[in-house]
Design a protein around this ligand. Structure first.
Ligand SMILES: Cc1ncc(COP(=O)(O)O)c(C=O)c1O
Length: 432
């Protein structure tokens, strides 16, 4: 976690740091963090004075209660201001200001991202989102007809579509494993994936944390099992990075893709791909690159002309993120999740599909009311309360996905719990 002193001596580039320091919001966040020193993350999670400082760092529409931070998130003011500043600089003369001044600074972003992600910068490519990152791995691995890919039926639909296309195009076989929500244990998840593996399996693709119920997977155990059998692992970390603490190097996976416009709160249109160094050479980029880049992770960034402002403002998002501190952040997200889940405990028709075990979940959780269709429930919440949650309809379960964020207030979370309690008791208006 950054204190004010360590922030000033951190590896963030000086220009970026000064600009950020001047931006409204961050000094108050740093002040709050300095005041929180010496207290546990769980204590700070319950300290509303601390979180008020974080909340004022955003320019939100507070007439809307946004509990869908799983889709895409607003950036804090310091990030959005930086993005606009970089766009203004670019537009003076993009061939000079964007290509020559801003673009080379992607290397500082790579360095800082790798530091926070716990990996080597030479293994990290900055992408436009998690989809692009994961598709580079999914479409760039050489596979032969008959080769098998094992995934789950709760992986992200676009990633499953990508494998389905490979199945149609390259005659690979796709195997989708089912699992209960919540599962009986983390070991159960690993066993299910292992049981689906055959001598023809070449790739295992699964989420670090699922987008449907927020189930965290035992990534390292699965990757070790796969490595021992010569199987490559692709981990979908779209919801993991900057949500809960881990270091990519400890996961022992081969390819890891994430979004940065979710939990890192970076500009919309940012993500990264991590590729284990010895595998870079043999992974084909999605957009072809010069042969001289074959062993260079930057080959995955050869996408043609694009706005440098997006990826450069990731630097400010990292500063904001580190000012809060990942341990405090996840403790707060779990506290908010626990607050609405606990309030709904006494209601027989309410079923939370996410384990409260911190090893298995963070701030993202899924909850249903027996007999109430989630699409109708979320529409009712929007109409009545201007409250946004995400209806989830999976072939094996359904519910509402609830994702608060660091800017979420207690009254906002309580409103959701109260709204659920009313429907759990009385049903939807006009239907009982
Ligand atoms: C699990 C998972 N994987 C991948 C993605 C794709 O992310 P993006 O839209 O940033 O490409 C998402 C988006 O919600 C997701 O939830």
């Amino acid at each position: 976690m950054l204190t004010r002193r360590s922030f000033l001596t951190s590896t963030v580039p000086v220009g970026a740091a000064l600009a950020t320091f001047n931006a409204a919001g961050l000094p108050r966040v740093l002040e709050a963090a300095a005041g929180a020193e010496g207290r546990t993350a769980d204590e700070v999670a319950r300290d509303e004075a601390f979180w008020r400082e974080i909340q004022q760092g955003f320019t939100l529409d507070r007439t809307i209660v946004n509990l869908n931070n799983g889709g895409v998130c607003p950036s804090p003011r310091v990030v959005h201001e930086a993005l606009k500043r970089y766009l203004d600089v670019s537009n003076q003369s993009p061939v000079y200001h964007m290509w020559q001044i801003l673009e080379p600074n992607i290397e500082a972003v790579r360095r800082n991202l790798a530091r926070v992600a716990g990996c080597d910068p030479e293994e990290l490519a900055i992408t436009r989102n998690a989809s692009e990152a994961l598709q580079i791995a999914q479409l760039g691995i050489d596979l032969q007809p008959g080769d098998e890919v094992v995934t789950t039926n709760q992986d992200y639909p676009r990633m499953l579509d990508t494998w389905e296309q490979r199945a149609r195009r390259n005659a690979v076989k796709l195997v989708k494993v089912s699992f209960p929500v919540p599962p009986p244990s983390l070991a159960d998840l690993a066993q299910r994936l292992e049981a689906a593996v055959t001598p023809k399996t070449k790739v295992l693709h699964f989420c670090h944390i699922t987008n449907l119920t927020g189930q965290i997977f035992p990534v390292r155990d699965i990757c070790r099992m796969a490595r021992a059998k010569g199987i490559r692992t692709i981990v979908d970390g779209a919801h993991a990075f900057a949500h809960f603490p881990y270091a990519i190097r400890d996961l022992e996976c081969d390819y890891y893709g994430t979004s940065l416009h979710k939990w890192l709160l970076a500009p919309i249109g940012t993500g990264f791909l991590h590729v284990r160094r010895e595998l870079i050479k043999d992974l084909w980029p999605l957009t072809p690159a010069n042969v001289s880049l074959t062993e260079n992770v930057r080959k995955f960034e050869e996408i043609g002309t694009h706005p440098a402002a997006m990826h450069n403002a990731i630097a400010e998002a990292l500063v904001f993120h580190e000012a809060i501190g990942i341990d405090r952040k996840v403790a707060r997200l779990r506290y908010l999740r626990g607050r609405w889940a606990d309030a709904l405990k006494g209601f027989a028709r309410v079923r939370v599909l996410t384990s409260p075990d911190p090893a298995q979940s963070g701030g993202l959780a899924c909850v249903g009311i027996e007999g109430i269709e989630p699409g109708k429930l979320s529409a009712h919440f929007w109409d009545r309360y201007r409250l946004i949650v995400t209806p989830i309809k999976h072939a094996e379960f359904e519910g509402l996905r609830v994702t608060p964020n660091v800017y979420t207030t207690l009254p906002e979370v309580d409103l959701f719990a109260e709204a659920m309690a009313v429907v759990a008791q009385k049903g939807l208006p006009g239907t009982t």
